[in-house]
Design a protein around this ligand. Sequence first.
Ligand SMILES: [Zn+2]
Ligand SMILES: [Zn+2]
Ligand SMILES: [Zn+2]
Length: 141
Amino acid sequence: MFPNIKYFRCFINPESVSPHLFCSICQEVFVEPYRAPCGHSYCKHCIMEWLKNSNTCPEDRKKLTLKNMHHDFILENIIGDQKVGCPYREQGCCKVLNLSALGLHLKDCSFNPLNIPEFLKKDLHSLSPKDAGNFFYSIEV
Ligand SMILES: [Zn+2]
Ligand SMILES: [Zn+2]
Ligand SMILES: [Zn+2]
């Protein structure tokens, strides 16, 4: 499920996202950042994988166990304030919002295939994403 999270985060200005918000293990913006006592932070998933074969911090080799780490809410809030586009932009959704609000938007985004009623899904498979977008405009009016 991990790569999906990244796919869903379409940062509007990736160049403007602070380098401090990137995980040194996966080179992506943190997902669920966890901070070590030495001050380094990693995605929870990344550091859990790392600690399976190691008991040191990847950056400075200081002793580290998952128990010593804590959820870094400050980093997570900063990341939550970054602007992202709806991942269904290609399908026609032009919503731009804070990352922290994305989960809520996806629940009622009318371009999210999970929100499409079953009987419409079949028809949509035969449409290109752009046509599918137009299709939705036409059924909303
Ligand atoms: Zn990571
Ligand atoms: Zn460290
Ligand atoms: Zn949307």
